[in-house]
Design a protein around this ligand. Structure first.
Ligand SMILES: Nc1nc2c(c(=O)[nH]1)N[C@@H](CN(C=O)c1ccc(C(=O)N[C@@H](CCC(=O)O)C(=O)O)cc1)CN2
Length: 293
């Protein structure tokens, strides 16, 4: 068996086309939503991600606002930039590109983001709303990567209702929050959250209909621990030097031999990354629509 690919790039392109129509409808009412980004420092990966977000904005017709600070910016400089974005009326929603440089209190910075402008859905108020209003209609931004994974699965008709889903990794941006989304009444999956304290990972994954690997451990999910026909989503990002080209490349958590047993695989790169970007745009458009009434 060779698994089929859950194509994040193609699905993200389809979502962006739908968003372009919604943005045009807003423009007809005189509303131009704007996405802001705050980039601190000169990490090439982070710059690449931020540039991609601005390129996406241009593609769907969103305005974009850039704040950039040098790597030696102080906590105060960063908090002042956050305040500028909070106060900027052209900025519908924004993100603080993570990680922030060492020595900066990231939690404090994120808590200063206006929850109504939190395009990443990672502000404690929005995560709290996700916990408290888990079965209400969604009216606040959802974390982009978990929302993107569910959208990717649903658009490929992967059944989630009643499915046993094992999540590998308990990080806030993916592992912890995807459990909340998957157990919402309209999705209705049963979720097991595994982590470094899990004594026997295979015991869980071997029974799973869907495995979501977000541990950041290259190749941790192998064919031997995946049920034949299961659906596997690779969210892990590790960087490795390619022995042939000498260049750095992204390596996921899913071993290539998983393609021999699974029914569907979302690869990395080419899977969840483009979906994360698409869901960020979707959050900003939804914020603008809610405000426009
Ligand atoms: N404030 C945030 N910071 C970070 C987030 C986030 O969601 N919000 N996630 C990551 C970085 N990220 C978005 O910011 C992101 C990562 C990956 C991709 C992507 O499309 N990746 C490509 C491959 C790229 C490569 O080869 O390096 C893919 O998966 O095909 C988009 C966005 C950390 N920070």
């Amino acid at each position: 068996m060779t698994a089929q690919k859950l194509d994040g790039a193609a699905t993200a392109a389809a979502i962006k086309a739908e968003l372009t129509t919604r943005v045009a409808a807003l423009a007809a009412r005189g509303v131009v939503p704007g996405l802001g980004t705050l980039l601190v420092g000169d990490d090439p990966g982070s710059r690449w991600y931020v540039n991609g977000k601005h390129k996406d904005c241009a593609e769907v017709g969103l305005a974009s606002i850039r704040e950039e600070l040098p790597a030696d910016a102080t906590q105060g400089d960063i908090e002042a930039a956050v305040q500028r974005l909070n106060d900027d009326p052209t900025c519908t929603g924004y993100i603080v590109q993570l990680p922030l440089p060492r020595g900066i209190d990231q939690h404090r910075v994120l808590e200063l983001v206006d929850p109504d402008k939190d395009a990443d859905g990672l502000h404690p108020t929005n995560l709290g709303r996700l916990v408290l209003r888990v079965n209400d209609p969604v009216t606040s931004p959802l974390p982009c990567t978990p929302a993107g994974i569910i959208e990717l699965l649903e658009r490929h008709d992967v059944p989630l209702h009643g499915a046993d889903v094992v999540v590998v990794g308990r990080g806030v941006t993916v592992g912890r929050s995807i459990g909340l989304l998957l157990t919402r009444r309209e999705v209705n999956a049963t979720v097991t959250l595994t982590h470094t304290g899990t004594t026997d990972l295979a015991e869980h994954t071997r029974n799973a209909d869907v495995v979501i690997a977000a541990a950041g451990v290259p190749g941790v999910v192998t064919a031997e621990i995946v049920k034949p026909g299961a659906v596997v989503v690779d969210v892990g990002v590790s960087r490795e030097l390619d022995a042939v080209t000498g260049k750095s490349r992204v390596v996921g958590d899913v071993h290539p031999n998983v393609w021999d047993v699974a029914s569907w695989v979302s690869p990395n790169p080419g899977g969840v990354g483009p979906m994360t970007r698409a869901m960020l745009l979707a959050n900003v458009v939804a914020m603008a629509e809610r405000r426009a009434g």
